[in-house]
Design a protein around this ligand. Structure first.
Ligand code: ADP
Length: 246
């Protein structure tokens, strides 16, 4: 599988403190990856760098077959390149139906006016049905998004991001606040989503990470401490020390 994103030798400091320290990270096309690490390890800053929100002081961030640098692009350009980000809290349009939320997501790149003037075609509705099916919301299409459970809102937002056809989706703590059933559904959804695009999941919940059954990257003090299967990294003595605070 070819490399989709290559971060190499990236460092970033805030007021002299190195939040990211010579970080290198690669992800392949259609790969699922979990990123774990204690609070302050640099997980959020890593996602901020990939999405262009934070500019590194050093290093390279290379994207796609053409090996373009993301460092020269604005956040909007990076999003158009196909990098989507799901923040921890769901942000859906609560006063709109699930279907309307999906339709807006389909047209988002065409600007506010085109969303207002938008008359969805049969093909648009079919695309919405397919997205709703993919995230498990087919039975909820006519409900107001505000009436959905926390888990369903998260799935809706993931579906809305998938509507933008990302090649890489960054997902921040998807399992937080979910019931065990919702967590199970979410893990299956992400495994499925990663069959056709790369998905990076930042997560604290180790049971959830286990369900993803994918390569795990452990961040610590802004760098990669260990990488491999969950069993491999959790048997690493440096990782155990970090988690036990030694
Ligand atoms: P994580 O997401 O793994 O908890 P973060 O990426 O949020 O870690 O933070 C890494 C380190 O960088 C932390 O010590 C945090 O306090 C620091 N940090 C992050 N953003 C800023 C900022 N804007 N200004 C100052 N320090 C920051």
């Amino acid at each position: 599988m070819s490399t989709l994103l290559e971060v190499s030798g990236v460092s970033v400091s805030f007021d002299g403190f190195k939040a990211i320290n010579n970080l290198s990270f690669q992800i392949a096309d259609a790969e699922l990856r979990a990123v774990i690490g204690p609070n302050g390890a640099g997980k959020t800053t890593f996602m901020d760098i990939v999405t262009g929100k934070t500019r590194p002081d050093e290093g390279r961030v290379i994207w796609g077959e053409k090996s373009v640098s993301l460092l020269r692009m604005s956040e909007a350009q990076i999003a158009r390149e196909g990098i989507g980000r799901k923040f921890q809290k769901p942000t859906v349009f609560e006063g709109q139906t699930v279907r309307e939320n999906f339709l807006m997501a389909l047209k988002k790149d065409r600007g506010v006016l085109s969303v207002l003037l938008f008359r969805p075609s049969k093909a648009d509705h079919e695309q919405v049905d397919a997205l709703a099916e993919e995230v498990g919301l087919l039975a909820e299409l006519d409900r107001l998004a505000g009436e959905l459970s926390h888990g369903q809102k998260q799935w809706l937002e993931i579906g809305m991001l998938l509507a933008q056809e990302p090649r890489l989706l960054l997902v921040d703590e998807p399992a937080a606040g979910m019931t065990p059933e919702e967590r199970e559904h979410t893990s299956k959804l992400l495994v499925q989503a990663a069959k056709t695009r790369a998905v990076v999941v930042v997560e604290h919940d180790m049971e959830f990470v286990r369900r993803l059954n994918c390569k795990v990257t452990v961040l610590h003090e802004g760098g990669v401490l260990a990488e491999g299967s969950l069993d491999h990294v959790t048997s690493n003595s440096a990782v155990i020390d970090v988690y036990l605070g030694r």
